[in-house]
Design a protein around this ligand. Structure first.
Ligand SMILES: [Zn+2]
Length: 418
């Protein structure tokens, strides 16, 4: 299975310049290829093949006066940039034809110099890890790496990323064998909430860290400072960097926290069941800020990735299960409860329920039932399907609000009846 390992890079001033030039060239190649495809479509010509595009926007372009500078950077990241465009188109076509699940992917868009995040990918021919621990990138040089943990195997590619706060990272794709842990007989249902981050069916409560809310004050001050700076000024650029840094700090802390929580859950349990909350649906309601803060989709993704790696099972139960309305003791549907109701007593059997714990128990029961159905027999230790490492550039996610489509009705968007 493919995993990503990310490390901080410390390029010298000269290397930063070389990287900036390569970011620019890769962007131009991408945009030229996209323009050529759009033009071909307009002219009613067949969709240009990748090999022909490569000749047109890289090999051929280098010989022209306007694009001669393409020769000053390594060719590998330029070719990878074209591959990214291919992937973006494939994702778009698969999304249109329904082959690709999940939210709709839009047509690839032109990249801009002002994009927040710049990236380059090097394949095996384009990079090498030196004996002294430096990362050699073709036509960039030997870049200092902070090896925060060991790489488990030879990487097949590396993506160099410049984030908006000005940090460089190298993200290696490594092919590793799954390391299945000794099977356990523990299973747990998880109810993700807003008052507490999550409640597990065994009674464990994971408190909401609310990193964003806490850091918000600092962020707001930075944003106010940014808004006062004159457009295009150096001070504005500095202030923008400060805002980006404040954001990055929150994101890093949150990710670190999520990694620790999910590792613990995967180590201690054989099967984890979650509700498919359709975070996108919820995020459009007034709960938006809390939902984004909670980072539920990251939490789920980490659980799924770790389950695949360590031989555990993650089951997602249908989004219409009324998990907060059913009594987990006797199974009676007790009717909807407003969010403010934290505890309730079942009208049929008289059990007093904590709202979230009851939901977690129902999720566990529903997940078990799903799994039994799927296996057609006794529950075996789960073997999840390993996911491919996320490609860094995969085209444009269409934002439903931007396309002018009406937000879907509450039920259809999968907002659970609370
Ligand atoms: Zn009951």
């Amino acid at each position: 299975m493919h995993l990503r390992y990310s490390y901080r890079l410390y390029p010298t001033a000269g290397q930063r310049q070389a990287l900036a030039r390569t970011f620019g060239c890769a962007r131009v190649v991408y945009n030229d290829a996209l323009a050529a495809r759009k033009q071909a479509r307009k002219d009613g010509l067949p969709y240009p093949r990748s090999a022909d595009l490569q000749k047109l926007v890289i090999t051929g372009a280098k010989r022209t006066a306007e694009r001669a500078w393409l020769a000053s950077v390594g060719v590998d990241p330029l070719i990878q940039s074209l591959r990214d465009l291919d992937t973006a188109y494939r994702n778009f076509f698969d999304s249109v034809s329904g082959k690709r699940a999940g939210r709709q992917v839009g047509l690839p868009r032109f990249k801009s110099k002002r994009d927040n995040r710049q990236s380059l990918r090097f394949t095996r021919n384009g990079f090498r890890i030196r004996g002294n621990g430096k990362l050699n990138l073709a036509k960039i040089g030997d870049v200092r790496v902070k090896w925060s943990r060991a790489l488990p195997a030879d990487p097949s590619s590396v993506t160099v990323v410049l984030d908006p706060s000005g940090r460089y990272h190298a993200s290696f794709v490594v092919d590793v064998e799954p390391q299945h842990l000794a099977p356990l007989d523990t299973e747990v249902g998880i109810d993700l909430g807003l008052t507490t981050y999550a409640v597990l069916s065994d009674g464990t409560v994971i408190d909401n860290p609310r990193f964003l809310r806490k850091a918000e004050k600092k962020l707001k001050a930075a944003q106010r400072a940014l808004s006062r700076k004159a457009r295009g000024s150096k001070n504005r650029a500095k202030a923008r960097r400060k805002v980006a840094k404040a954001h990055a700090k929150v994101a890093d802390t949150r990710m670190d926290w999520a990694q620790k929580q999910t590792t613990r859950i995967i180590r201690e349990t054989q099967a984890v069941y979650l509700e498919d909350l359709n975070v996108r649906g919820l995020a459009r309601t007034r709960l938006a800020k809390s939902v984004h803060d909670a980072g539920w989709s990251t939490f789920r993704r980490l659980l799924e990735e770790k389950a695949a790696r360590y031989g555990r099972h993650v089951g997602i139960i249908g989004r219409y299960e009324p998990t907060s309305q059913v009594c987990s003791t006797c199974g009676v549907l007790d009717g909807p409860k407003p969010l403010s109701v934290r505890t309730w007593t079942c009208g049929a059997c008289g059990t007093c329920h904590d709202r979230d714990l009851n939901a977690a128990r129902n999720i566990l029961a529903a997940g078990r039932a799903d799994r039994l159905n799927a296996c057609g027999g006794p529950v075996r230790p789960g073997v999840a399907i390993p996911r491919r490492a996320h490609p860094v550039e995969t085209g444009t996610h269409r934002n439903a609000d931007r396309t002018g489509r009406k937000p879907r009705a509450a039920g259809a968007a999968g907002i659970p009846v609370l």
